[in-house]
Design a protein around this ligand. Structure first.
Ligand SMILES: [Mn+2]
Length: 422
């Protein structure tokens, strides 16, 4: 696999108009473990079996700098001794330019239609292998394999075992096996993800490679890695699982997978939070932490950050008083003057429950009731962590909204005025 990936990199670096062109195997924009492994494994399979001039390359459908947010992907790469430096990312190969020059064909794995930003590439899609709801128009020039299995990696494994079992080595088997086990929630029927075909091919891999890590341990390790934020800086932690709500104020709610105490101890935290707010144009940040006690019960805490005392106090007060649901916020001491911190007694109130309260707050701040929501507004979308292999709602392509210094100044003076009015 390393040799194959190195040759792909060399080919991309040497890319010229005169070359034979690229057959790109592309996963979805969430670039979760399934999309990454399906692209790597299927491209490898095609490179060994396809009889075409074109160079087959797997492409991760995120920018290289976003890989750090996919801690489970990084964990699996490390576990299978694959360096992330060998991977090719969306910002390293200009698909549009290749397409313009007639040098591109595409195989889609783990999704079956291209997002609107890439829809002009539909004409060069030559094959699809996926496990999402079929949204693709049938076409004679593009064979489509869509089956509602737990993991797209199951379909890739099936193809390899049926057509080229000799290319399976321990490394490739482990990549595929780990993905199936992760997507199928440790093959537990109760989780409702696993199908007979997933079990069949997981068992086939176990049978061929007796040295694969034990299923339960592998699942737990990947699951832990998904929530491991130890390698992330403050900005990355905030971006990892963030939603944006905008009205007269711009507000972000980030879920953090650490205890609030641990987060509040980060060096220069307030300076980092204000830099974050300036960079992305936020007036207020709501930080919701989730951690687990020894009996695996969730512990939730909540904090509000804003450089404006008025904004911070008003939102904090609003959350304290919110009737539906009652959050049972109990103030805890914060070492930072601009951060109000709470234990959240109602540990069932996830961000899904807190978001409407925050929207109500913004509505009350804004006589016009103009609220924008990160789900409805493509412009303000930021990449949430994919919790499963669904591509929907996991955009990494649109980047972040661009905000000029002038916009910011206006925003802040408006914010102060608005908050001061009350
Ligand atoms: Mn998937």
């Amino acid at each position: 696999m390393e040799e194959f990936l190195s040759s792909c990199q060399r080919a991309v670096q040497a890319n010229t108009d005169q070359g034979p062109g690229f057959h790109v195997v592309l996963g979805n924009e969430a670039c979760d473990v399934d999309s990454m492994v399906s692209a790597l494994a299927y491209a490898y399979f095609l490179s060994k079996t396809a009889h075409s001039e074109m160079l087959v390359v797997p492409l991760l459908n995120i920018a290289q700098s976003d890989l750090v947010l996919r801690s489970d992907n990084i964990f699996l790469l490390r576990q299978t001794n694959l360096s992330p430096d060998l991977l090719l990312f969306r910002d390293q190969l200009d698909l549009q330019a290749l397409h313009r020059n007639g040098n591109l064909c595409l195989t889609l794995v783990d999704h079956n239609v291209l997002p609107s930003s890439d829809s002009n590439l539909e004409g060069v899609v030559v094959e699809v292998l996926d496990h999402h709801l079929l949204e693709r128009e049938p076409s004679s020039s593009c064979p489509v394999t869509v089956e509602m299995v737990g993991s797209c990696a199951t379909l890739v494994t099936e193809r390899i075992i049926q057509k080229a079992p000799q290319i399976l080595d321990q490394q490739l088997a482990q990549l595929l096996y780990a993905t199936v086990v992760l997507d199928c929630v440790n093959m537990a029927p109760a989780a409702g993800k696993v199908t007979p075909k997933d079990s069949q091919y997981a068992a086939a891999l176990e049978k061929r490679f007796s040295t694969l890590p034990p299923r339960g341990a592998l699942f737990q390790a990947l699951q832990n890695a998904k929530f491991d934020v130890s390698g992330l800086n403050t900005e990355q932690m905030l971006l990892k699982d963030m939603k944006v709500v905008s009205g007269i104020l711009n507000l972000a709610i980030s879920v953090l997978y650490v205890t609030l105490e641990e987060f509040l101890q980060r060096a220069r935290l307030e300076a980092e939070l204000s830099r974050f707010c300036q960079k992305f144009g936020f007036d207020l940040l709501v930080l919701m932490t989730i951690s687990f006690n020894e009996s695996k019960q969730p512990i939730r805490e909540l904090a509000v950050f804003s450089l404006s005392i008025n904004c911070r106090e008003q939102l904090s007060h609003y959350l304290e008083q919110a009737p539906n649901p009652v959050l049972n916020l109990c103030p805890i001491s914060s070492p930072h003057p601009h951060i109000t911190a709470y234990e959240q007694g109602n540990s069932l109130a996830s961000r899904k429950k807190v978001l409407p309260i925050v929207k109500d707050f913004l509505r009350e701040q804004d006589a016009n009731g103009l609220i924008r929501d990160s789900e409805e507004d493509e412009e303000s979308r930021v990449p949430p962590t994919p919790m499963n292999s669904l591509v929907d709602g996991c955009p990494l392509d649109d980047g972040l909204p661009h905000i000029s210094a002038k916009d910011l100044e206006e925003k802040f003076s408006k914010m102060e005025a608005d908050c001061g009015r009350k």
